[in-house]
Design a protein around this ligand. Structure first.
Ligand code: AHM
Ligand code: MG
Length: 327
């Protein structure tokens, strides 16, 4: 029998090596518990009728809670128990959630169940999170943090049992769930330099709605790479992190119905784009927005702010960034 190192052991050693407190461990333990709990509901959801849409009535005549609301409730429950979270931003809550304003140590920005179009099929979705720390040097002003100020960011791909986390200046690591429901076997992720495995990932149905220069770049480059699209950022980015290439969700500026344009893209900055950008950067890649500006440099103005996203292997992101910055 072979036993692998668990995530908690990995993290303990990390904290010990860098002389850190145990506070972050408490937070991560809560996130792991939440992810397992969400995964359990997801796996049994079709049986319980939880994978439908909100406001559906089940056979007993009760309201069925939508899976993403269940995931949100679970995450908030575990975050509360840590007593270490100052404020949380969740895709599933309109307002910023105040938890431990005075004694908390971390800000967390999360999407408890991203990729909603996959939910009713039981196909992979993501639990994505970014973590920043309070100002320990002086008074805290509670401002929303840019990605470069995150201390960690990660994603659980549910229900596949994979978990990827990036720790500031300490790399991006992938874990797999074992038969005892522990995340084990840290594998450091580094985007491959060899272009052979590179993939492009974007919603091809939208291609005519992108800016002319992005459309031109796609036409000139798409045949060089394989194309994959699951429609759930965590799953699509998971592949890019292993195989290299680029995931993009460009701005929609040429929709035949101008009301459907999305000049700021679709994805959310704080708990989707900045999370994958942080993981990608720690694995040697990069990420930019529609102006070619690094995603990690964007100072959020609103907690649910959207952004266009180009994330993946550095040479490809550099290439598209030059196109995006050109007139
Ligand atoms: P959601 O938060 O409503 O689930 O939307 C986010 C998801 C991402 O996971 C995914 O990359 C993208 O939306 C897919 O959008 P589209 O269906 O337009 O391709
Ligand atoms: Mg989402």
């Amino acid at each position: 029998m072979e036993f692998e190192q668990t995530f908690i052991n990995f993290l303990l050693r990390h904290q010990e090596k860098y002389n850190r407190t145990y506070n972050f461990l408490i937070l991560m333990d809560a996130l792991i518990s939440a992810a397992k709990h969400i995964q359990h509901y997801y796996l049994t959801g079709a049986l319980k009728g939880n994978l439908g849409y909100a406001n559906l009535i089940n056979v007993q005549g009760e309201d069925v809670m939508q899976m993403d609301q269940i995931a949100h409730e679970i995450a908030i429950h575990y975050l509360k128990t840590t007593e270490r979270v100052i404020r949380a931003v969740s895709e599933e809550a309109d307002d910023i959630i105040s938890l431990n304003e005075d004694t908390g140590r971390y800000f967390i920005y999360f999407d408890p169940l991203d990729g909603s179009s996959n939910v009713s099929h039981g196909l992979p979705v993501g639990f994505l999170f970014g973590i920043a720390k309070r100002n320990l040097e002086g008074p805290e002003d509670y401002h929303l943090r840019a990605g470069r100020d995150y201390i960690a960011a990660g994603m659980f791909v549910i229900p596949t049992g994979t978990f990827t986390i990036a720790l500031k200046d300490a790399g991006t690591w992938r874990f797999h769930i074992d038969e005892t429901m522990n995340y084990v076997k840290p594998i450091q992720m580094a985007l491959p330099e060899d272009k052979k495995s590179w993939e492009l990932s974007f919603n091809s149905a939208n291609r005519n709605t992108y800016s002319e220069k992005v459309q031109k770049w796609i036409v000139a480059n798409e045949q060089k790479y394989a194309f994959r699209y699951l429609g759930a950022l965590a799953g699509d980015f998971h592949r890019i992190l292993s195989n290299g290439g680029m995931f993009m969700y460009p701005a929609i500026v040429n929709h035949p119905n101008p009301k459907k344009n999305r000049p700021d893209g679709k994805l959310r900055l704080m708990y989707e784009a900045a999370v994958v950008a942080f993981m990608c950067k720690e694995a040697g890649g990069d990420a930019v927005n529609e102006k070619g500006i690094p995603i990690l440099d964007i100072e959020p103005e609103k907690h649910h702010q959207r952004t266009a996203l180009y994330v993946g292997s550095k040479p490809l992101v550099d290439e598209i960034a030059a196109v995006l910055r050109s007139q």
